[in-house]
Design a protein around this ligand. Structure first.
Ligand code: FNR
Length: 190
């Protein structure tokens, strides 16, 4: 038993607060979730010219999603949307036509910002994209994280108990959501 969660960190920053948030989520998640990061950094910019012959980075991306029971997006907000690197990865995974990797996949969305809106606008933008990609999104609870280094240590330790409880609950809800979706829509894994 247990579920494989492939997670995306939407930031390429070496000091990414969303990477720190991903570490916190992994620490606080239920024991039966296993996490593997799905990297987006090395993907070229998508073009339909690649549809007949995907480069190895893009094939690896699609294989990683195929191996996952569910995906979790941990993303910053860039100019009230998601970073281009993350959108590029989603575009790759959605193609070639008829081989959309996100079809029916259970998906969670969360993000951290240095501003009080906590990536709320980026998450709405991402949810619109994932809707079109036919992912099964957990829509509640929502999680808009206002990031402070006094709450999150770099290793993902959460020193504020209220925040830790909130994030632990988010991951428990995500686990239960994944289980419910997979009961109805089992993933064909290769
Ligand atoms: C930002 N930031 C930002 N924050 C926000 O709350 N709303 C926004 O629209 C934006 N826009 C934005 C655009 C660009 C190009 C950058 C570089 C930054 C600030 C952002 O929250 C902050 O840089 C975070 O640290 C980004 O997350 P990572 O990369 O540290 O995970």
């Amino acid at each position: 038993s247990g579920y494989q969660v492939g997670y995306f960190v939407g930031s390429l920053s070496s000091a990414s607060i969303n990477r720190v948030l991903s570490r916190a989520l992994i620490r606080l998640a239920p024991e039966d979730l296993q996490f593997t990061e799905i990297g987006i950094r090395d993907l070229p910019l998508y073009s339909p010219d690649f549809d007949d012959h995907f480069p190895p980075e893009a094939t690896a991306l699609k294989e990683a999603i195929a191996r996952a029971d569910a995906v979790l997006f941990v993303t910053p907000e860039y100019n009230r949307s998601i970073p281009g690197a993350l959108k590029n990865a989603i575009d790759w995974a959605s193609r070639p036509w008829g081989q959309n990797s996100f079809h029916h996949i259970p998906a969670g969305v969360i993000g951290a910002s240095v501003g009080p809106i906590g990536t709320a606008v980026a998450q709405q933008s991402l949810r619109a994209v994932l809707s079109f990609c036919n992912a099964r999104q957990m829509t509640a609870p929502e999680a808009y994280i206002y990031f402070s280094h006094s709450v999150f240590a770099d290793n993902g330790e959460v020193t504020n108990e209220e925040t830790a409880t909130f994030l632990r609950n988010y991951m428990t809800e995500f686990r239960d959501y994944v289980e419910r979706v997979l009961t109805v829509l089992p993933r064909a894994r290769d």
